[in-house]
Design a binder for this molecule. Structure first.
Ligand SMILES: *Cc1c(COP(=O)(O)O)cnc(C)c1O
Ligand code: SF4
Length: 344
């Protein structure tokens, strides 16, 4: 997975930095090395050495905002586990593949996935502001994603002819890695397609770089006729620090519907208490828990897998402890199905 595409690089500002560019500065300053990550957190060089082996095909990438929420000196920190490679990533296990969710056959056009009725997903970029070790997109062939304006126009033309589509989902990678001016222009073109009524953004950026929620972002997201929905991605309450709370409050204040999706991850959030704390922190920030995903069986992520029976047990207990709206739908993405499969 690339960090920034060459087109992003060409529009990077030269000094001096304006406040709206602080998120890009934070990307440049991100930790990209297991050794540095371990040093900064007071962890042993042995851990760093193991990590370096796991990072060979998917490098470490952690922003300073996210790093600040990781406890010092705790190798089992639930946030650290999401970003620090371990030796098990190198294991090749039967049943764990490079396209576990069957994305490639669902391509309507390069970068446009039309898997479910009424919704089309645009893979806007392969870049992310964090490299999550469990990510199912770590093997996605991002070089097929449209890069030029003309390639995007061609993708949008396909959507114009699919009148059943009422919702466009911007995904990736992370769509908020694109600059606000590119996103504004893309959204304008989407809004010009008459049958599209909703715009959904799937992003982890407000969590890993809260400064990404710029005035410009609020502007393109809410000045369109499309209903704006944002699905953020936090797996643990500890990710939802005060700077994240402020970013989410700005989105909510601007009228954006906020949902969260999480992945059930061994050693991160595979307990009733972790899930309860996550749901309670989310609703305190005005975000509803939407999905809890069963891990996609992607090569290199087997050590994160939680058995489905354990997941169901967690959900059963959550239902007893929390109001129904704070219990996420426990789902799995199975290739060839007409929707995500509700496990419980
Ligand atoms: C998950 C997903 C969607 C959205 O599904 P919802 O159940 O509406 O959240 C759409 N397209 C693709 C390809 C997806 O993977
Ligand atoms: S932000 Fe999302 S797409 Fe990017 S690495 Fe993490 S899980 Fe994968």
């Amino acid at each position: 997975m690339t960090i920034l595409t060459s087109s992003d690089r060409s529009v990077r500002p030269v000094l001096p930095l304006l406040p709206s560019n602080t998120w890009q500065q934070e990307l440049r300053d991100a930790v990209r090395d297991a050794g540095e990550l371990c040093r900064r957190l007071g962890l042993s060089p042995e851990l760093a050495h193991q990590a370096a082996a796991g990072a060979s095909d998917f490098p470490v990438f952690v922003t300073n905002s996210f790093l600040a929420r990781i406890a010092h000196g705790n190798p089992s920190d639930p946030l650290l586990r999401q970003v620090l490679p371990i030796a098990e990533e190198g294991q090749l296990l039967p049943g764990f593949s490079t396209d576990p969710v069957g994305d490639l056959p669902a391509e309507l056009h390069p970068g446009v996935l039309h898997k479910y009725l009424g919704r089309a997903l645009l893979v806007t970029t392969g870049a992310c502001a964090v490299h999550c070790r469990y990510c199912f997109r770590r093997h996605f062939p991002y070089e097929v994603v449209p890069h030029s304006e003309a390639a995007w126009d061609a993708a949008l033309t396909t959507l114009e002819t699919e009148e059943s589509i009422s919702e466009i989902i911007l995904s990736g990678g992370d769509p908020l890695m694109l600059t606000d001016s590119r996103l504004a222009s893309l959204v304008k073109k989407i809004a010009a397609i008459p049958h599209v009524t909703r715009l959904r953004i799937h992003t982890r950026l407000p969590i890993v770089i809260p400064a990404r929620v710029t005035e410009e972002l609020l502007d393109w997201l809410t000045s369109t006729r499309l209903t704006p929905v944002m699905v953020v991605h936090a797996n643990h309450a500890q990710e939802l620090a005060d700077d994240v709370a402020q970013a989410l409050a700005r989105l909510r204040g601007a009228g954006v519907v906020l949902l969260n999706q999480a992945v059930l991850l061994r050693g991160v959030n595979d307990s009733v208490s972790a899930q309860q704390a996550l749901s309670e922190r989310l609703i305190a920030l005005g975000v509803l828990p939407y999905y809890l995903h069963q891990l996609d069986r992607v090569q290199g992520a087997a050590h994160f897998e939680v058995p489905i029976e354990t997941g169901m047990q967690i959900i059963t207990e959550l239902r007893q402890q929390l109001p129904g709206y704070l219990v996420p739908r426990y789902v799995q993405e199975l290739p060839g199905e007409p929707s995500k499969t509700i496990l419980f």
